[in-house]
Design a protein around this ligand. Structure first.
Ligand code: S3P
Length: 425
């Protein structure tokens, strides 16, 4: 249980933990590369530890030290048949991206996850991977994990993504590394492109033409990876500072890949004072400092086109909207129903319970503000981003917000409470 009370202000300068998406991919690409990779800034959250566990299960030696992760790559064809079931825990990224790699292996793997992950849709990856030639079975005709994958002998496909999903795109691209021919993936709207950028940095044969990503089989070579701070973790503090008049906060060395910066655009459209500084490039990823000064926010319309670029930030954007003057609409976000929880239902139910004027829509939500947040008990649904969004609501609440089952925060941000204490007065 976590209890968060109203604060008088926010000020200071902190770094947020490493990017979750990039941390997962660094272990995966390092594991199938030739030679050693050294990863710094890695997120030691439970999801990324699940990825490390799976790759150890596939025979990859991974040394975790205080500063760095050292991965002894086994090359594209060097993974070993796991002796036991691989456990992706709560992590959709682990299960879906790893399935793409396992589809290329001439052996049997079984992969499972926790209760939440075992309810999440897997047909979206099983369908294209089967089309490439992998044999994939699972509960409910292969739609749900545990999944049993017997890979090998893949043929390239041209695949138009039916949903805008970086996980599905990445699964097909990773399988494409093992396929005969040229794999093409057409995405309806741009989603996070960390897989593409990192594959290029590891020496992969990958290119983009308009909305199509093209990959051919090629060897990868171990690299040094510097993982930037996670903008999805920074988002909680960005909202807190932006909505608190007088606040002044600097978030250092955050990843600013344009496929992830939708949150900055939305907060600016709401009237937030946000500036970026010190922007550099590392491993093909933009990194910089985010400086926020607090003030009054206004409601905004958030539509389908920008959703993939802020998909994980919607729970905390809803908190910003609750504090903002006027109406906020979030539409075209039906994918939120398939996250670690049904995030439309979870956000609407819990914010309503705190006294917020919020309506559930089939593909999003509508919020009318400004609201007085009353406080009280809320549920996390075992979903880290719901728990942290509710904690941010607590900073503005009349009475404390008490989050039941807050241990899930460790999935992506183990130091959340400590960092929050550091910046609040
Ligand atoms: C992720 C992609 C997104 C996102 C998830 C991480 C990734 O999921 O919500 O937290 O690392 O590729 P979808 O691909 O299902 O949209």
């Amino acid at each position: 249980m976590l209890s968060i009370s109203r604060v008088n202000g926010i000020k200071g300068e902190i770094a947020v933990p490493g990017d979750k998406s990039i941390s997962h991919r660094s272990i995966m690409l390092a594991g199938i590369s030739e030679g050693r990779s050294v990863i710094s800034g890695f997120l030691m959250g439970e999801d990324c530890l699940s990825t490390i566990g799976c790759f150890r299960g596939l025979g990859v030696a991974i040394d975790v030290t205080q500063e760095e992760i050292i991965v002894e790559g086994r090359g594209l064809m060097g993974l070993r048949e796991p002796q036991d079931i691989l456990d992706a825990g709560n992590s959709g990224t682990t299960m879906r991206l790893l399935s793409g790699i396992l589809a290329g292996q001439n052996f049997l793997s079984v992969i499972t996850g926790d209760e939440s992950l075992r309810q999440r849709p897997m047909a979206r990856i099983a369908a294209p991977l089967r089309e490439m030639g992998a044999s994939i079975d699972g509960r409910s005709d292969g739609r749900l994990a545990p999944l049993a994958i017997r890979g090998g002998g893949l043929k390239a496909i041209d695949y138009k993504l039916p949903v805008s999903s970086a996980q599905v795109k990445s699964a097909v691209l990773l399988a494409g590394l093992y396929a005969e021919g040229t794999t093409r993936v057409l995405e309806p709207q741009p989603s996070r492109d960390h897989t593409e950028r990192m594959l290029k940095a590891f020496g992969g044969n990958i290119a983009r033409e308009a909305n199509t990503i093209i990959v051919k089989s090629s060897g990868l070579y171990g690299q040094r990876v510097e993982v930037p701070g996670d903008i999805s973790s920074a988002a909680f503090f960005m909202v807190a500072a932006a909505a608190m008049p007088g606040a002044s906060l600097k978030l250092n060395r955050v990843g600013l890949n344009p496929t992830r910066t939708g949150i900055i655009e939305v907060l600016k459209a709401m009237g937030a004072d946000i500036t970026l500084d010190n922007i550099t490039l590392s491993g093909g990823e933009e990194i910089g400092d985010i400086i926020i000064h607090g003030g009054e926010l206004q409601g905004v319309a958030i539509g389908r086109d920008i959703i993939p670029r802020l998909i994980d930030e919607i729970p905390v954007i809803a908190v910003a909207a609750a504090l903002a003057e006027g109406k906020t609409t979030i539409t075209g976000a039906e994918e939120l129903k398939f996250k670690e929880s049904n995030r439309i239902a979870a956000v609407v139910t819990e914010l309503k319970g705190l006294g917020v004027d919020i309506i559930e829509l089939a593909d999003g939500m509508e919020i009318n503000g400004p609201n007085t947040i009353k406080g009280g008990e809320v549920k996390s649904y075992g979903d880290h981003r719901i728990a942290m969004a509710m904690a941010i609501a607590g900073l503005f609440s009349q009475k404390p917000v008490i989050i039941e089952d807050s241990s899930c925060i460790a999935i992506s941000f183990p130091e959340f409470e400590a960092k929050l204490k550091e910046i609040t007065v």
